[in-house]
Design a protein around this ligand. Structure first.
Ligand code: ADP
Ligand code: MG
Ligand code: ZN
Length: 491
């Protein structure tokens, strides 16, 4: 995105993903969301003196898996460091993280943009760290807080932080990157990925590169918007930063490097503090933990177990003839991909499968706020309905009614069709008679058709459909009408 003053938008993201383990990162406290405040705590995560951390093995596996899926190198030796700072949600006065030696380095995610373009976004590093507690602020918003409460259930939960290079070029690219990242992670079973519960949060960095700038991007004055909790808010925060930094530059000012927060109420960012430097944190190696050694066999095992990821799935679906947009929707989440695979495994016609899965079934699921894996009409049941359409037993219109009923009652297509007496009439003799009656009753439309008004044919088809209560096969009716009109005209 190049602004009309020639400046280019530069964005890099730091994405925090809470890992779905049963217990916390360095203690055995349960990681259940929603427990009463300060009940899932122990001396380790409360930071009581003398308590020692013990690493949760599962976290290492999940971090390695995420790294491999993003094309990173997983290091067999990495280390934990202390990041020292004071905040009421951090009882120890430091966070255990990985600073100098992260577990994963140098990967990339290819993000599909509009018009078949792709943005290659490099992943600089992925490190493991612990979550802080949660502050609840009384008052209208964080900015007008009258008082705060601390819940330490979240303190010590495992996170990975995925840090990109400054490779994104617009707020919309940031949105597409986050969507692709969430989609990729959703295949890995590493996180609940529930934004509304805070299991993904993002620090969004943005700078404006002046025209002709040839230096290193890291040297530009960037602003880091901290802790944004939804994709929509990341976009809003970045858009408001583009406007704000632009205005500062237009007024002849300089953008200062600082940390800002996003205020959902006003949709704009507010200064929090001038940018801290690494040495403000007095990082040092965590003395209570040894170097982390990861068995190469574990890394290989995880690599072999990696499922097919969204990019590869999209390619495969497109090779089977799907439109890019349809392939993208089906590959975006495991439940949709599984549903589609279920349909085709049952022998469903590919084109019908796409049309019905992404059309009427998606509509019914949306209306009832369900996912594909919660559909009352499973892939086998839908495939049965599609076979009735393909075989000419049901018209599209009738099939729609049948699907509604199947969705409502959980009954099979065969039962719904039998109970409603809904089968399509393709019998030529029965339809020829109905066609004859309609032609006799609508002489004016027949005359219009002969006079060259093609739309009169549509009217006549509609009348035959009406006369057969929608059960006639539209294809057969169309053909019979044309034949009769042509034959009569020749007389
Ligand atoms: P910090 O400690 O300042 O947060 P990190 O190394 O953790 O530094 O993260 C830096 C982030 O800032 C990365 O996501 C990187 O892509 C991004 N970044 C670096 N330079 C720029 C820039 N000029 N504009 C926007 N983002 C940038
Ligand atoms: Mg940062
Ligand atoms: Zn604990």
């Amino acid at each position: 995105m190049i602004l009309d003053n020639g400046a280019e938008v530069i964005i890099g993201l730091e994405v925090h993903v809470e890992l779905a383990t049963r217990t916390k990162l360095f203690c055995a406290c349960p990681s259940a969301f929603g427990a009463p405040p300060n009940t899932a705590v122990c001396p380790v995560c409360l930071g009581l003196p003398g308590a020692l951390p013990q690493l949760n093995r599962e976290v290492v596996r999940l971090a390695a898996r995420a790294g491999l899926a993003l094309g990173c190198t997983v290091r067999t030796r990495s280390r934990f460091d202390r990041k020292n700072y004071f905040y009421p949600d951090l009882p120890k006065g430091y966070q255990i993280t990985q600073y100098e030696h992260p577990i994963c380095e140098w990967g990339a995610l290819d993000v599909p943009l509009a018009d078949e373009r792709v943005r290659h976004v490099q992943i600089r590093r992925i490190h493991i760290e612990e979550e802080a507690g949660k502050l609840m602020h009384e008052g209208d918003s964080l900015w007008q807080a009258r008082g705060s409460l601390v819940d330490l259930n979240r303190a010590g939960l495992p996170l990975i932080e995925i840090v990109t290079e400054p490779d994104l070029r617009s707020p919309d690219e940031a949105r597409l990157f986050l969507r692709e990242l969430v989609s990729t992670l959703s295949y890995l079973d590493v996180s609940d990925l529930r934004m509304e519960e805070g299991s993904i949060r993002c620090d969004a960095n943005l700078s404006l590169k002046p025209p002709g700038f040839t230096g290193v991007l890291e040297e530009l004055a960037r602003v880091e918007v901290k802790n944004v909790n939804s994709i929509r808010n990341v976009v809003a925060a970045l858009e408001s930063e583009v406007r704000r930094q632009r205005a500062v530059l237009d007024a002849g000012g300089r953008v200062v490097r600082e940390t800002r927060g996003f205020d959902e109420v006003t949709g704009s960012t507010l200064p929090q503090r001038s940018k801290e430097a690494a040495n403000d944190y007095r990082y040092f190696p965590e003395p209570d933990l040894p170097w982390l050694s990861v068995d190469p066999a574990v890394i290989e095992e995880e690599r072999e177990r990696l499922p097919q990821l969204p990019g590869a799935r999209r390619r495969q679906l497109r090779e089977r003839g799907l439109a890019p947009k349809d392939a993208a929707v089906i590959a975006a989440e495991p439940a949709a991909a599984r549903y589609f695979a279920g349909l085709t495994d049952q022998g469903a016609d590919t084109r019908l499968a796409v049309t019905w899965m992404l059309g009427d079934l998606a509509r019914l699921l949306n209306e009832t706020r369900r996912g594909y894996d919660e559909s009352p009409v499973g892939p086998a049941a839908l495939a049965e309905l599609l076979a009735l359409i393909a075989g000419g037993t049901l018209s599209g219109r009738m099939a729609k009614e049948v699907l509604d009923k199947m969705f409502e009652t959980g009954q099979s297509a065969a039962i719904v069709v039998a109970e409603a007496g809904l089968t399509q009439i393709s019998d030529q003799d029965i339809l020829a008679e109905a066609v004859g009656r309609v032609l006799a009753a609508h002489a004016a439309a027949v005359a219009d058709y002969r006079a060259g008004k093609a739309q009169a044919l549509g009217f006549l088809v509609g009348q035959v459909m009406k006369a057969t209560r929608g059960q006639a096969s539209p294809d057969v009716v169309n053909r019979l009408l044309r034949e009769r009109l042509a034959a009569d005209a020749a007389v």
